[in-house]
Design a protein around this ligand. Structure first.
Ligand code: A3P
Length: 296
């Protein structure tokens, strides 16, 4: 970990208009030529919006009953490959996805909508998008960038705050991301758009809506079991989903399952930052129909 933290990729580069790092672009052709299968399910998010949470829910919905050993022996990050991630020439999200023999394949991405390989659209795949309010999303991303040593060094909070507003973090502008996906959803009924805050408020209801979209029906007991298993404390304790098996995260700096709350931004934003944020947000989001909850 010490060696890794010294090797941090400090520099983001502009990639088709989006700040990126190499491990998410190096395999670009291969990623863009990815062959989706019609029953693939793509989980798309801006980083730290609840990817792991929804991935685990989907994994339990499809495989919770049929393969219990999957739950106890395979880390979630192996079950749900990260499409654009390339760790080494022989270890990439695309390879992992191609090697999956079970159906449906669950695949995650943080790509803005314009980067999604065309095959997902051609095959009419179902896509689950999760959005989280920008303030909490920013705070969560900051702590993740501190502890995930393959992420760009976040620097201090006030500079991070500025870069978020300028859309200069990895994967670019949060504003473009949530709005780009929302716009796409208006013309594509294969996209289910969810909010982190709604999942916090009523996980069971969000699972019901998800099942409606996916065409799944759950028994009352099964639903209870899943909503219970995916509660924050249970996931935090579950070594197959809490990233404790990761080689590149330093939990001494911050755990992956950090707080899991709506409104933690209040512990990070100064009053002045909050005013600056709100002012900027009003402008940037003035044409957006999206409404977020900042607290529950
Ligand atoms: P915090 O850093 O605010 O705690 P992602 O999976 O997209 O990387 O998002 C991680 C964020 O989702 C973290 O937010 C993490 O704690 C939160 N999270 C993961 N599972 C959760 C759950 N079951 N309930 C609430 N929040 C959860």
């Amino acid at each position: 970990l010490t060696i890794l933290s010294k090797m941090r990729p400090l520099v983001l580069f502009d990639f088709h208009g989006v700040p990126m790092i190499q491990r998410f672009t190096t395999n670009w052709e291969k990623i863009q030529n990815f062959q989706a299968r019609p029953d693939d399910i793509l989980i798309a998010t801006y980083p730290k919006a609840g990817t792991t949470w929804v991935s685990y829910i989907l994994d339990l919905l499809y495989f919770g009953q049929t393969s219990p050993e999957r739950q106890t022996s395979i880390p979630l990050s192996e079950r749900v490959p990260f499409l654009e991630l390339t760790v080494s020439p022989t270890n990439s999200g695309v390879d992992k996805a191609e090697n999956i023999t079970t159906s449906p394949r669950l695949i995650k991405t943080h790509f803005p909508v314009q980067f999604v390989p065309k095959s997902f659209w051609e095959q009419n795949c179902k896509i689950i998008y999760v959005a989280r309010n920008a303030k909490d999303n920013m705070v969560s991303f900051f702590h993740f960038d501190r502890m995930a040593l393959t992420q760009p060094d976040p620097g201090d909070w006030s500079s991070y705050f500025k870069r978020f507003l300028e859309g200069k973090l990895l994967y670019g502008s949060w504003y473009d991301h949530v709005n780009g996906w929302w716009k796409k959803k208006q013309t594509d009924n294969k996209i289910h758009y969810m909010f982190y805050e709604d999942m916090i408020e009523d996980t069971g209801h969000e699972i019901d809506k998800l099942c409606g979209f996916l065409g799944l029906s759950l028994s009352v007991e099964e639903k209870k079991r899943i909503s219970g298993g995916v509660q924050f404390d249970n996931m935090k304790r579950n070594n197959m989903v809490n990233y404790s098996t990761s080689q590149v995260m330093d939990f001494k700096i911050s755990p992956f399952m950090r707080k899991g709350k709506v409104g933690d931004w209040k512990n990070h934003f100064t009053v002045a930052q909050n005013e600056e944020f709100d002012e900027d947000y009003k402008q940037t989001m003035k044409n957006s129909p999206l409404k977020f909850h900042w607290e529950v």
